[in-house]
Design a protein. Structure first.
Length: 320
């Protein structure tokens, strides 16, 4: 089973991204053939500053390698190092009805919010389909917001095969990441860059502690019993702690006599225990840009080798 997924480099990652998307993607390398790429062509639809795009792309590479991506197992590459994907996007555009793209929620939402409706935003799902189909991926793990893009990829694969009478592509299956609970931000809403309520994955220890101290709680007095199940601090603690640690802290909530400040301290300590080693590894990698480049280039070479036979079959089918 070949798994493929892409991450847009569009800013600093937060712990919601880590638990909601990165950790599950990294877990797949244990028992699947995984292709994981940095979707820098896609990020161009929002990032219109070359230096920023380059910097974000590097950040995502460092983030994944620091968090345990094993380049010997996962084929890890920058989308732009496999430019063949654009040729396939064209071959798919030819069989893509306008209506299919006009119905795409993400395009409709973005234009409704006043984002400039340029062609790349409109054809975004075709490029995404090409990412997936160019390696004939079987499974594509994505967040719920990408479900429709996966349906478009399946539609285009089927349409291409029917139009040219050849089974060039097989239909990829989505693996929708809704198993992981939504990680709350410091204000209790879903943690999201756009709400400004995030705890950064690789912020400084001091900054992370300070942010954790701001997590909203109710005003139950220190001496009273508290309900862990409705507390944002506890919801975050659960992401990091073992079952026993969770049970222990929950018992302290229920017993009373513990203030929220103490629970926050336990959360901050746990965060550091888990992310501290990642932060160290990231700092080491930052000093070795050549090593990171070499990983990405090797990944691109492996990805291109997988793309070549598929693209050749597609070119052959259409008569190029
Ligand atoms: P943001 O909302 O901060 O802009 P993105 O939309 O870029 O985050 O999300 C990237 C990935 O991280 C998506 O796959 C999404 O499902 C996951 N993710 C983002 N925020 C959370 C969260 N609070 N809880 C769980 N997963 C999340
Ligand atoms: N559109 C995806 C997102 O914003 C990123 C992406 C681009 C992707 N190409 C992909 C994800 C191919 C999975 C497969 O999250």
């Amino acid at each position: 089973m070949r798994v493929l997924t892409g991450f847009q480099p569009s800013g600093k990652l937060h712990i919601g991204n880590y638990f909601g998307a990165m950790k599950p993607a990294l877990a797949l390398q244990e028992d699947h053939e995984v292709f994981l790429f940095i979707a820098n062509y896609h990020a161009q639809t929002t990032v219109k500053d070359g230096d920023a795009l380059r910097a974000y792309t590097r950040e995502v590479a460092l983030d994944f390698l620091a968090c345990g991506l094993d380049p010997a197992r996962t084929v890890f590459y920058r989308q732009s190092d496999v430019p063949e994907v654009h040729e396939l996007a064209w071959l798919l555009s030819v069989v893509c009805p306008m209506g299919l793209l006009e119905r795409a929620h993400s395009f409709k939402d973005k234009t409704a919010r006043g984002v400039d409706a340029h062609h790349a935003l409109f054809s975004y799902p075709v490029l995404m389909a090409a990412d997936i189909l160019c390696v004939n991926a079987d499974i594509v793990p994505v967040g719920k917001d990408q479900k429709q893009h996966l349906e478009i990829a399946r539609d285009l694969a089927g349409k291409f095969n029917r139009t040219y009478g050849k089974e060039v592509f097989h239909l990829p299956d989505p693996m929708i990441r809704d198993a992981v609970a939504i990680v709350p931000g410091v204000d209790g809403q879903k943690m999201s860059k756009s709400y400004g309520n995030t705890i950064e994955l690789f912020g400084s220890v001091k900054k992370i502690r300070k942010t954790i101290m701001k997590v909203v709680t109710d005003s139950t007095p220190l001496e009273d019993p508290k309900d862990p199940d409705t507390c944002n601090v506890f919801a975050l603690y659960k992401l990091f702690a073992s079952e026993e640690e969770q049970a222990e802290l929950a018992a302290r909530y229920r017993a009373g006599g513990m203030g929220y400040g103490e629970a926050k301290k336990a959360l901050a300590d746990k965060t550091e225990e888990v992310f501290g080693p990642f932060r160290e590894r990231r700092a080491e990698l930052e000093q070795k840009p050549d090593e990171v480049d070499a990983v990405l280039e090797e990944g691109a070479a492996r990805a291109r080798a997988a793309v070549e036979p598929v693209l050749n079959a597609a070119r052959d089918a259409v008569g190029l």
